[in-house]
Design a protein. Structure first.
Length: 367
């Protein structure tokens, strides 16, 4: 095991002058240390491709390389700038990728990580990215050679790391529970919406909580849970609504909407009355460690209007759920509901595993 602090110090000693990326549960000790002790050298980005872009800009300005961290699922978002800009056959921009390796072979992981875990090394090889698997302190000593290779050859290089390798002190954050409880809100949504209403939910705790409540209460709802594909719930919901007469609700998270914000004006421009959008906003990347999310500084009322939504609703307290949710659900205009929710670390939430059954059940709902 390797202390996050020691890893960061090792990178700094080898001329890594900046850190950026998208939080990942495997790397949470790493990002939490950066967030608490290296704020001036650290930026959490909207998506992995944007983080690679930032690393490219940093190098063009400073001639120093950036550490870009991500989950291996984020490699998909980063492929384009890596191979069309940073690659040694294009602009030849060095950077260090630190990749949390979910779904690694022989490890039991969630469904959405299985394929990505198997092809992670092959993807890096196809992109001509030399990589090192970080497993212990012996591997830590190999990092300077990897970085030196990237600098001399002016090319991206990568470190891949499995769960429980990077350790660190658990930094407890003081959480003021002054907003809406997510579970309470989702339960009320299930009660107040029609049984034929289809819910498409974003990845992370939102889908896991919806899954738990839909299967534990009397409703037995059939929802579609976006266990992967962070940031794409809006367009999936749009596609469902486009060929359905049912009411379709997209239940999204703040990190998710920001990751692919370009989908929002398309969603808002949908011209039938059967599609609605709910944003659960706690200002953090909750399910991967509770790191800061830029959503805290966004005025979603103004943003939703500029994106094209006709009505905006805001829910900030549990006591107002029934009243505001009813108004939102009855609204015939394309509406945006922002729910300010509390942050909770709910590792005990059930995992969604029978994904083909989820799909079949969802598709069996009459249109």
């Amino acid at each position: 095991m390797i202390e996050a602090k020691n890893l960061i110090l090792k990178l700094e000693k080898n001329n890594i002058n900046f850190f950026c990326g998208v939080p990942d549960s495997i790397l949470k000790n790493f990002t939490n240390y950066l967030e608490n002790y290296k704020k001036k050298k650290h930026l959490i980005c909207a998506n992995e491709g944007g983080a690679v872009g930032l690393a490219i800009g940093n190098y063009l300005s400073s001639k120093k390389i950036t550490c870009v961290y991500m989950q291996n699922s984020g490699l998909g978002n980063s492929v384009n700038p890596l191979v069309s800009v940073a690659h040694k056959k294009i602009y030849s921009i060095p950077m260090l990728l630190l990749i949390g390796w979910r779904g690694a072979p022989k490890l039991n992981d969630e469904a959405q990580h299985k394929k990505q875990g198997l092809i992670t090394k092959e993807m890096l090889k196809l992109m001509d990215i030399k990589f090192l698997e970080l497993r212990n302190k012996i591997d830590l000593k190999k990092i300077p050679h990897l970085i030196d290779y990237g600098v001399k050859n002016k090319t991206p290089v990568a470190i891949i790391v499995k769960k429980n390798v990077i350790t660190g002190r658990n930094i407890q954050k003081k959480i003021k529970k002054v907003n809406v409880d997510r579970s309470v809100f989702i339960n009320e949504l299930l009660k107040l919406s029609d049984n034929k209403c289809k819910i498409v939910s974003s990845t992370g705790y939102i889908s896991r909580d919806l899954f738990r409540l839909s299967n534990n209460n009397f409703l037995k709802r059939k929802n579609f849970y976006m266990i992967g594909g962070m940031g794409h719930a809006q367009m999936v919901a749009y596609g469902v609504a486009n060929f359905s007469k049912n009411k379709i609700i997209c239940l999204d998270g703040d990190g998710s909407i920001i990751m692919h914000l370009g989908s929002s004006p398309i969603f808002a421009g949908y011209n039938k009355n059967n599609l609605k959008y709910i944003l659960l906003n706690n200002g953090s990347h909750e399910s991967v460690g509770g790191q800061f999310c830029i959503s805290k500084s966004i005025n979603f009322k103004k943003l939703s209007r500029s994106l094209g939504f006709k009505r905006y609703f805001l829910l900030k307290r549990d006591r107002n759920i029934n009243n505001i949710l009813n108004k939102f659900l009855k609204s015939k205009l394309n509406s945006f509901l922002e729910v300010k929710i509390n942050s909770d670390n709910l590792e005990s939430l059930p995992r969604i595993r029978d994904v083909l059954k989820v799909k079949d059940n969802f598709m069996s709902i009459k249109k």
